[in-house]
Design a protein around this ligand. Structure first.
Ligand code: HEC
Length: 104
């Protein structure tokens, strides 16, 4: 898990995610807020426990990389895989930009 996460950060930092067409300008923050209702039942908007990581204030590229990794089942986690599977890339980007604006 740690290794995959570091790999994702490297991919993000080297700009591969960007050159593959990650376009944050499609983000609709209000829509992201609407979609986030489901997420915050587990993640809350502030970190409350150690079981579930806080996703507030995450860098959008990292957020999207993580969600796409769950969607493609690169990261093992049945719940997050099921959640990511149902979301389109545009929805994930809207969520990413919305959550990145929240304070941890
Ligand atoms: C039923 C509880 C639950 C719900 C609902 C849920 N998540 Fe998660 N999420 C988790 C857990 C548990 C993890 C940690 C999984 C792991 O260790 O890989 C996680 C991990 C994540 C991560 C990776 C965080 C990191 O730092 O590694 C992101 C991003 C994320 N969730 C986004 C979302 C979004 C966006 C939604 C709503 C569309 C959502 N989650 C809904 C439980 C949930």
């Amino acid at each position: 898990m740690k290794f995959i996460f570091l790999t994702l950060i490297c991919i993000t930092l080297t700009g591969r995610a960007h050159s593959e067409g990650l376009n944050l300008s499609v983000a609709d923050i209000e829509y992201g807020k609407y979609l986030s209702g489901e997420c915050v039942t587990c993640h809350h908007t502030k970190a409350l426990n150690t079981e579930i990581p806080s996703i507030s204030g995450l860098e959008p590229n990292i957020f999207v990389s993580l969600m796409l990794a769950y969607k493609s089942k690169e990261i093992e986690h049945p719940i997050m895989q099921m959640i990511a599977e149902r979301l389109s890339e545009d929805q994930i980007i809207s969520l990413a930009v919305y959550f990145s604006k929240l304070n941890r």
